[in-house]
Ligand binder design. Structure first.
Ligand SMILES: [Zn+2]
Length: 151
């Protein structure tokens, strides 16, 4: 059963809290298939995994690909608590996801609305539907708390 955007964003927030607890920048993501089932989840973990590509989105998309046995995740929606960077936006295009839903805007590195809209380039033959600002306030609050504790 397909639930609301807020429902899935709460699942992504759960992932962000896992990142927070692990000392990683608290960003979380889930991938939901066309039937509304969560098929992938991931949190930010570049430090623990010694992996510059260890962003929440990439980890969730990898898990979904393994689970579905296909690197193309057609019909899937990616929910992420923070506006994606260029690497993650590019990975979404490779994955052919149908839709992106994100929480807080990322004014420094966001590549969907803040710095540019990479996904809206006319030379991409795959278009992704975008919804921003879902549960933006708690996502932002968690990031603020994380960086306040780091200082
Ligand atoms: Zn990223």
């Amino acid at each position: 059963m397909l639930r609301s955007d807020e429902f899935y964003m709460h699942r992504a927030m759960d992932q962000a809290h896992l990142a927070f607890a692990a000392g990683e920048v608290p960003v979380g993501a889930v991938v939901v298939d066309a039937h509304g089932e969560v098929v992938g989840a991931g949190h930010n973990a570049p430090l623990a995994s010694c992996d510059p590509s260890g962003h929440a989105e990439v980890r969730a998309l990898r898990e979904a690909g393994q689970r579905l046995g296909n690197y193309r995740l057609e019909g899937c929606t990616l929910f992420v608590t923070l506006e994606p960077c260029m690497m993650c936006a590019g990975t979404m295009v490779h994955a052919r996801i149908a839709r992106l839903v994100y929480g807080a805007a990322e004014p420094r590195t966001g590549m969907v609305e803040s710095k540019a809209n990479l996904l809206a380039q006319p030379w991409f033959n795959h278009q992704i539907e975008i919804t921003g600002g879902v549960l933006a306030a708690p996502a932002k609050r968690l990031l603020k708390q994380f960086f306040a504790e780091k200082r």
